[in-house]
Design a protein around this ligand. Structure first.
Ligand SMILES: N[C@@H](CCC(=O)N[C@@H](CS)C(=O)NCC(=O)O)C(=O)O
Length: 210
């Protein structure tokens, strides 16, 4: 049985959602964040040298990094599902959006959070540079989602499971004002209606209001 080591209120909810979406059996072992610094507790950090969530175990395999876990689980337990095939006309577009979240957008969002926390201690010019990537990303996502129901096009894909966290659970750390992003706002509503997402959030965060 695959064990998803779920750090409370974290990106590891994406692995639970992936398993729900593609009918991969799993069990969840939950860990709470340290109260004093909101980081993963020592027993979570002991799972894998990377020290971040998500981590899964599957027999002798212990694996970290969201995209590596996605590729492992889909390849091994849901072959032919999820990732678009190379002969799909949307293949290159899909690869871009699948990798964009973790490769560029989430790091930019985290840099922006850090810049916000530094406040006046950060020179204006540095703040502009640090938040520029995030701002461009939001504009690009708004345009993409105004033209498409799902991130990589008309069909729901794992790229959606990657990005949605940034607009849902990540808001528990630093709220994001989405009022000038109507397409992203409508997208978040579509995500929240998806049954696999609802099942995953019940398993990941049973205390969240639905
Ligand atoms: N690129 C990594 C990022 C992992 C990451 O930053 N995880 C956060 C959870 S939202 C974490 O473990 N935070 C707690 C900590 O650093 O102790 C992935 O996608 O797996």
């Amino acid at each position: 049985m695959i064990t998803i080591h779920h750090l409370g209120i974290s990106q590891s909810e994406r692995i639970i959602w992936l398993c729900e979406e593609y009918a991969i059996p799993y069990e969840v072992k939950r860990y709470e964040r340290n109260e004093h610094n909101r980081l993963a507790p020592d027993d979570y950090k002991a799972l894998h040298p990377i020290g971040t969530a998500p981590v899964i175990t599957d027999g002798d395999v212990t694996l970290a990094e969201t995209a590596a876990i996605f590729d492992y689980l889909l390849g091994k337990y849901a072959p032919g599902k999820g990732h678009l095939a190379p002969d799909d006309p949307n293949f290159a577009n899909y690869l871009f959006w699948y990798h964009y979240t973790n490769g560029s957008f989430t790091p930019a969002a985290m840099v922006r959070m850090t810049a916000a926390a530094l406040g006046d201690a950060l020179p204006e010019a540095a703040r502009e540079g640090l938040s520029g990537r995030f701002t461009r990303g939001m504009d690009m996502l708004e345009k993409q989602l105004a033209d498409n129901d799902w991130l990589a096009g008309p069909a729901f894909t794992p790229a959606d499971i990657m990005i949605a966290f940034c607009f849902t659970t990540m808001q528990h750390f630093v709220p994001m004002d989405l009022s000038s992003f109507p397409a992203i706002t409508a997208y978040v509503e579509r995500v929240k209606k998806r049954e696999s997402y609802q099942r995953a959030m019940k398993a990941a965060e049973p205390d969240f209001a639905s």
